[in-house]
Design a protein around this ligand. Sequence first.
Ligand code: CAA
Length: 377
Amino acid sequence: MKKRAGITAMGFYFPRYYVSIRELLIARGEDPARASEGLGVQRMALLANNEDSITMAANAIESLEFPKEKVGKLVFATECGLDAAKDNASYVHELCGLPNNCEAYDVKAACAASTYALWQVIDWILSGRGRNKLGLVICSDIAVYEYKTGAEITGGGGAIALLIGEDPEIIDFDLAIGDYKNNVKDFWKPLGKECAVVAEDGKPSIKSYLDALKPSFKNYIENGGQKKFDYLVFHTPYAKMVIKAFKELSKFLPEIQGKFDTMTADSLKAPALVGNIYNGSLYLALASLLELKGTSAKGKSIGFYSFGSGSSSKFFRGIVNPEFESSFGLFEQLDRMEKIKPKHYEQLRRGERTLKETKGFLLNGIDDQGYRQYHKE
Ligand code: CAA
């Protein structure tokens, strides 16, 4: 029998606070339709000052129940690495009490690093080198753009932990993958900068996302990928980008034409409530789709388009476990987030106010040698 590996559980962490984009645009005297009809964004999650990509990752792992002693590999995907030498994974490995006989490291490929990480872990299991152990893929990012730019309201933040194992309880992946890599000057984040640089107000980034779709899909087919999809999920920086991508894909996959509402629309609901979470955004789209389709998703095939600026992309397919029953409680978790007023958001961005988190893993501070200190409340 074919050896299988895939997603066996998913854990989430979203910051406590958010600002309503509609309220923010109204308070600024701008047209809120730019958010609702134009971009398809509703809320922007905001990290507290004592949170970072490491605390979010550790909190996402802690939201899962699994035998920690069985974890043999942890791969941390982020564009919010906090040190040029020390990986985020080392801190998280300690905070979550993972075993010492466990590989743990970071990978970087903008928003596609999570997918590279996923396939590294799957390949490790399928090769037999995993020796029946579990793998963890952590996606944790903060998307902050320059204040009052076009990109600003597509910001967000959050972390997703994917537990990867044999006989996966959620998604089993086919082994055909389409790859496309192309060096593009679209979007980058120089070391030490909190905000990404978006070339020419984002137009090249939209173009490179769409340009990579056809060659990734073509390579997927060349590598034996099947064309049958019940659902399609895409990297989701904001909903409008996915609507454009679906339209682009339908040019060379005509059988999906007119099926956006049944195949993809549900994947956009959760991402619209937190904003872009970079590496986690494709997997948040997946969770949103599964949560809303419920038991009707059992046994269904899902096409995945992963895109990272710069650029890296992959097209692949997975099958939902025919016995998939669980609900992630995703929307309940998103409902618990607390709204802050637009004027408080403006103060935060101007450095006149701070936000504090009081629960979970928290950043205590950074010592005078640049070493980070954490604790759990
Ligand atoms: N009512 C209705 N619609 C409106 C509107 C209004 N009042 N105002 C604007 N719109 C529409 C526009 O017509 C436009 O529609 P189309 O895309 O169909 O033409 C849409 O809203 C967006 O227009 P904006 O003027 O708001 O946006 P923009 O084009 O200036 O900027 C952006 C959008 C380029 C994505 C910018 O938000 C950005 O730079 N974001 C960061 C980069 C990014 O997310 N790129 C996406 C691809 S790369 C990627 O996916 C990797 C990643 O995660 C970053």
